[in-house]
Design a protein around this ligand. Structure first.
Ligand code: FMN
Length: 410
């Protein structure tokens, strides 16, 4: 449905060519200082028309905060966020009255509802993600102020152009072809772990591709322009890190933290894959190398020496950086003619007019960050409500010490 979250509940609304798109957030804590600019910054990173690499649809995507705050402070009541659709061109899409676009959502929406929006993909359009990005920006503000949590996503591949292997997530590093050699490679590179700890949005935004590596970004740009000039499209991957998340978030067993992240990420249009930590590469590394041994951290708490787990074990965060990667397919709408069939089965050729993204990953970066913020925010509120409820009980003194969390020395 159109609502995400348990205690921080976000409902998005809107279609590609309707009057406005946006979201209603229920459950935002009261007392948070919030301005339209807090939300606008992320919306402007998502907006179309940012560069030659994105759709030329020209939307300012200026947000209006309609309710839930006064004098720049949240009231704890529902926050409504509205962004007008201004540059709709429904006439661009007349050929798709007859043809469902191959690998888009026209056919399946019609099958599901028996009716569909007449143009622009309706609800399946990426315009819907405006509500998510706006809501995610509010969650992020709270997470930053209350916990110092930071979320940064960046483009890690476009087509076959990848970040250099020392900076790439484990499953993007080259494979050792020797089936008998368990020790030949160290796929979890120190440079990648370092990148996760230090990367900032400012560094990511220096590049139109949002890949924070100059030479790779240039090759990605060429790859996207090649797709665009051929009236074609190309996919890519985004890697995201969440820093400073406390240990203990995630709701076993069906709402494990990584399950919630996967749910959130795979709900973004055009996503086809999700992996966390070592991901698919973890299947190739023996346990003796893949395990993350515990060590005493600087503050005396337990940390892990390595982080193949990606910050989540047993579906619960362990306090290490959470990192994951999402695969986006090549966008479906392309202008070169494709042999396909009309709704009534008549074979024919479709060359989709209209304005399209040749590659979605540069614009999807803030969407990934927003969905990550919604997952962390919701899980924090749930865990805090459990902790608050437990803290009201008298201390239990009858249990052996091995059953309870050791008390921290003052
Ligand atoms: C930021 C962003 C921009 C997108 N732009 C386009 C586009 O211009 N053309 C297109 O066909 N799909 C685009 N998509 C993807 C479609 O919305 C999506 O493929 C479609 O709804 C079908 O859903 P599915 O791919 O998840 O199955 C975009 C997705 C994102 C995240």
């Amino acid at each position: 449905m159109s609502t995400f979250g348990t205690l921080f509940r976000v409902t998005t609304y809107g279609e590609s060519h309707c009057a406005s798109v946006g979201a209603i957030i229920d459950g935002c804590p009261p007392g948070l200082e919030l301005s339209a600019q807090d939300v606008q910054t992320q919306l402007s990173r998502r907006r179309p028309g940012q560069s030659d690499l994105t759709t030329p649809r020209n939307e300012k995507d200026l947000v209006q905060l309609q309710s839930g705050l006064e004098r720049g402070v949240t009231l704890g009541t529902p926050i409504a966020l509205l962004v007008k659709n201004e540059d709709q061109r429904p006439h661009d899409y007349s050929e798709t009255d007859f043809y469902p676009r191959p690998s888009h959502a026209d056919y399946t929406y019609l099958q599901k509802y028996g009716i569909k929006a007449s143009s622009g993909g309706g609800r399946s359009s990426a315009r819907e993600t405006i509500g998510r990005v706006a809501a995610g920006a509010i969650a992020e503000k709270y997470l930053k102020v209350a916990y110092g949590i930071e979320i940064v996503a960046f483009v890690s591949s476009v087509g076959k152009v990848h970040l250099p292997s020392m900076l790439a997530p484990p499953s993007l590093t080259p494979l050792n072809s020797d089936e008998e050699d368990d020790n030949a490679e160290d796929a979890l590179s120190n440079d990648f772990i370092q990148l996760l700890s230090t990367i900032t949005r400012e560094e990511v935004d220096k590049y139109p591709t949002r890949c924070p590596h100059s030479e790779t970004s240039e090759r990605m740009t060429k790859r996207i322009i090649r797709a665009k000039n051929a009236q074609d499209s190309i996919g890519g991957t985004i890697t995201c890190v969440i820093r400073n998340v406390p240990a203990g978030l995630g709701e076993p067993v069906f709402d494990k933290f990584e399950a919630s992240l996967a749910h959130a990420m795979l709900s973004i249009p055009a996503t086809k894959a999700f992996e966390i930590g070592s991901g698919f590469r973890g299947t190739e590394v023996p346990g003796s190398r893949h395990n993350d041994p515990f060590v005493r951290g600087e503050d005396g708490s337990l940390r892990t020496a390595t982080n193949w787990s990606g910050g989540v074990q047993g579906g619960i965060t362990n306090g290490e950086n959470i990192y994951f990667r999402i695969g986006f397919k090549s966008p479906a709408t392309i202008s070169q003619p494709q042999e396909t069939a009309q709704y009534d089965g008549t074979p024919g050729s479709l060359a989709a007019r209209g304005r399209h993204d040749p590659c979605v990953v540069p614009r999807a970066v803030p969407i990934v960050e927003a969905m990550a913020a919604l997952v962390v925010m919701d899980n924090l509120l749930v865990q805090n409500s459990r902790k608050t409820a437990a803290s009201l009980l008298p201390p239990v003194t009858t249990l052996p010490p091995t059953m309870v969390l050791p008390k921290k020395e003052a």
